[in-house]
Design a protein around this ligand. Structure first.
Ligand code: UDP
Length: 240
């Protein structure tokens, strides 16, 4: 079942159900993609119709930020909980290692995807990483061809939003890959270049706060987040 939060649709699934659904989409063949909207996505989608359409046509949409879950509660159609894209990606990669699927990493600065590949291969023995590419390319065609030549089953895409979502929807089918997911800066985390909040902070729904303390420049991005809650309250009052 999909739940709409301020114009963007989400799958109301647990983290385990998200991974199981992705695995069956991969096994089914054809091209599918997943998105991981946080409150910032919701605000961008209000102004960018192409982005909103691509988000709403995704095969799987997971609430990446606690702000999305709070907004859904305010709207009176509560999502089960947060499903961080990075946790989803890691569980999917574990499944891929068990089932022999081929992983391609696309995004971030040169060298990051390679370092992320090393981390993941260390954590999940047997994992096949069939290729990597940085996210600062000028032409799409050579990247599409590289993914196709690598015979990737799954591509983790970290180009930042909305670029990564638009890229997956536009070019995904040409690559021959079966599944892509847009993950923002997750490759930087796998590469060990960016630190994630300790688990206690994550459990408390305070990962955003930890990131802010570590990187105060994010204040401009985060200052927009309460707006999502205000908008949700407004929509609730208007009975939408
Ligand atoms: N990025 C990229 N190509 C670009 C712009 C950004 O590969 O043209 C990468 C950037 O290096 C970083 C990620 O996209 O790894 C940032 O995405 P975002 O800010 O959405 O991530 P968040 O920090 O919110 O997870």
């Amino acid at each position: 079942m999909k739940i709409e939060v301020l114009g963007v649709r989400f799958d109301d699934l647990s983290p385990e159900e998200m991974v199981r659904t992705a695995a069956s989409l991969i096994e089914a063949g054809g091209f599918h993609y997943a998105v991981t909207p946080n409150p910032e996505f919701l605000l961008t989608a209000q102004k960018n119709e192409a982005f909103r359409t691509v988000l709403n046509q995704a095969d799987l949409s997971m609430p990446d930020g606690i702000g999305v879950v709070y907004a859904s509660k305010i709207l009176g159609r509560s999502l089960k909980g947060r499903v961080p894209g990075i946790d989803f990606a890691e569980s999917l990669v574990a499944w891929m290692a068990r089932t022999g699927k081929r992983l391609y990493l696309l995004g971030s600065k040169p060298g990051v995807a390679e370092a992320a590949a090393e981390t993941l291969k260390g954590r999940y023995p047997g994992l096949i990483v069939c290729g990597t590419h940085d996210g600062y390319f000028q032409e799409d065609a050579p990247v599409v061809e590289a993914i196709r030549a690598a015979r990737a089953d799954v591509v983790l895409v970290g180009l930042g939003a909305p670029k990564q979502e638009l890229w997956m929807a536009r070019h995904g089918p040409e690559t021959g890959a079966k599944f892509m997911v847009g993950l923002g800066g997750a490759l930087d985390v796998f590469a060990g270049h960016v630190e994630r909040a300790p688990e206690a902070w994550q459990r408390a729904g305070m990962e955003w706060c930890y990131r802010l303390i570590k990187d105060p420049k994010r204040i401009n991005r985060m200052a927009k987040l309460p707006l999502v809650l205000v908008q949700a309250a407004g929509a609730r009052v208007r009975g939408k």
